[in-house]
Design a binder for this molecule. Sequence first.
Ligand SMILES: Cc1cc2nc3c(=O)[nH]c(=O)nc-3n(C[C@H](O)[C@H](O)[C@H](O)COP(=O)(O)OP(=O)(O)OC[C@H]3O[C@@H](n4cnc5c(N)ncnc54)[C@H](O)[C@@H]3O)c2cc1C
Length: 349
Amino acid sequence: MIDCIVVGLGLAGIAFCEELEAEGKKIIVFEDDSQKSSTVAGGLYNPVILKRFTPVWNADEQLEVALPFYEALEEKLQTSIDEKLPVMRRFAAIEEQNMWFEASDKPKLSKYLDTQLVINTNEAVDAPFSLGKVKETGRIFTGKLLKAYREYLQAKNYLRNESFQYEKLTIEDEFVQYQNIQAKKIVFCEGFGIKKNPYFSYLPLNGTKGELLFIKAPTLKIDYVLKSSVFLIPQGNDVYTVGATYNWTDKTNTATEEAKRELVTKLSKLINCEYEIIAHVAGIRPTVIDRRPLVGIHPENPKLAVLNGLGTRGVMIAPTVPKQLYKHLEYQAELPNEINIKRFEDADA
Ligand SMILES: Cc1cc2nc3c(=O)[nH]c(=O)nc-3n(C[C@H](O)[C@H](O)[C@H](O)COP(=O)(O)OP(=O)(O)OC[C@H]3O[C@@H](n4cnc5c(N)ncnc54)[C@H](O)[C@@H]3O)c2cc1C
């Protein structure tokens, strides 16, 4: 008998495995590469919504937990995954500069918005109205993290590189059974893959497809994240990622010409140097209608739980919810209403 089966090893799965390991639990993890969101993510953490200059939900609390979480993973996996990088918001007009100053007076934003405007001196960047610097930002190399974490679990013989087949799960009074595994609990962290999960597909997770381009631009030479209608994120060796798109109808992980055109058009308004597109990736963000995570226990099967709905901000949210779910599962501690999946049962009642 093991303690827990975990299905899915994206950011949510990793964060929950970390919680289980910290509690000394025995686990088996299933991962089949069917979803790509964590693999392709830009990996940014940024406490401010830069379209409207408003704070991200629970930003202070999330950063407080997330940064030590990734630091501990760096130590454990012996690899560097967190890079502190400033995010620079390009202003499209004087009015936007004024909005920035107004926002920087607000209590929840003052520590994040630098009031010293940055004058752009890079000829490859088109930013005549200067840039605003966001503080306490950075990027997690999510692809590198996923690879290292898989290797870590593999070495402990905890990982099954295969699809979890829901029809083969049986639920008994004291445990769940899957193939030759008996476990006290099972926690589903499948991202958009939840749509195939007969126990939790009722939850209102819509999914939003996102695409990113990798470009090589030898004369661009920026060492910060540049944000306009798209993000431009330096990857080293003159490579940058450009993204992302938002598509609410296409639910495939296939890169499209339409998204490429959209990104190229937006990029043309931001930089004016030569570049070459070297890669193009896509994934589906597990977005929920109310933009809050989906955490909790199945209404009829208390051995089944879910950790999903990280949406567009998995990097900051993923580390913060597993402890709450763990305490809920082990000690019946209350979950905050805004993340508890019960909010959707109550809505139906
Ligand atoms: C283009 C793009 C850019 C993004 N940029 C950022 C960013 O800059 N910052 C940020 O914070 N967030 C970003 N995100 C969002 C972020 O990627 C997500 O919030 C987060 O990765 C979701 O993690 P997850 O573990 O819930 O889901 P996923 O990453 O989808 O992981 C679920 C895992 O479960 C596995 N799985 C599913 N079903 C099964 C099954 N039956 N059996 C076995 N395994 C299964 C899948 O293969 C997958 O690995 C971006 C997303 C996209 C698409």
